[in-house]
Design a protein around this ligand. Structure first.
Ligand code: SME
Length: 161
């Protein structure tokens, strides 16, 4: 119960943040910090954005909170990140050690969620969250993270990046 109350609180704070942010960059910077600070199991929170005009398409690390990652550029055919961006679907991995697609960022990571961000109907990036806890991302977490991705997509549509 406590966990769900926390998710509701954080969702309200995220909504306030979105209203108060004038650019998508500002929203993304503040969003990763809020999610990392307030959600106990969100141990690494970051955005990967599709590089404009890159051939082959490339995800590039943007705003993030947590340990430095070796994966600064990820092609669409690699990783959980590539799978989410190329399919346009949320990917949740409860045990990263069992997923051959997984690109390791930290040895402590046990589970991961990656949610694509759409702007004007196309995938433009994604929100990636790693947890030191197995199966951290239940359906309530999926809803929260998808909500965050929708807000960023809308901000990208209505403001300069
Ligand atoms: N684990 C991701 C790579 C990014 S790091 O988690 C920050 C993947 O498998 O695509």
């Amino acid at each position: 119960m406590l966990g769900i109350a926390r998710i509701e609180e954080v969702r309200t704070e995220i909504d306030r943040l979105s209203l108060a942010s004038s650019t998508a960059q500002e929203l993304m910077r503040k969003m990763v910090k809020l999610l990392h600070d307030r959600m106990l199991k969100y141990n690494w929170v970051g955005f990967y954005m599709l590089e404009a005009g890159a051939k082959p398409p490339m995800l590039v690390l943007g705003a993030f909170e947590g340990a430095v990652t070796p994966h600064v550029r990820i092609p669409l055919n690699q990783g959980i990140c590539g799978a989410a961006a190329s399919s346009g679907q949320t990917v949740i991995v409860d045990d990263v050690s069992k997923d051959p697609r997984y690109l390791a960022c930290s040895l402590e990571t046990k589970s991961e969620i990656v949610v694509p961000i759409f702007a004007s109907g196309v995938v433009v990036g994604e929100l990636d969250i790693d947890s030191h806890f197995p199966a951290a991302f239940t359906s309530e977490h999926r809803d929260l993270v998808q909500h965050c991705a929708v807000l960023v997509g809308k901000k990208l549509e209505t403001s300069s990046r």
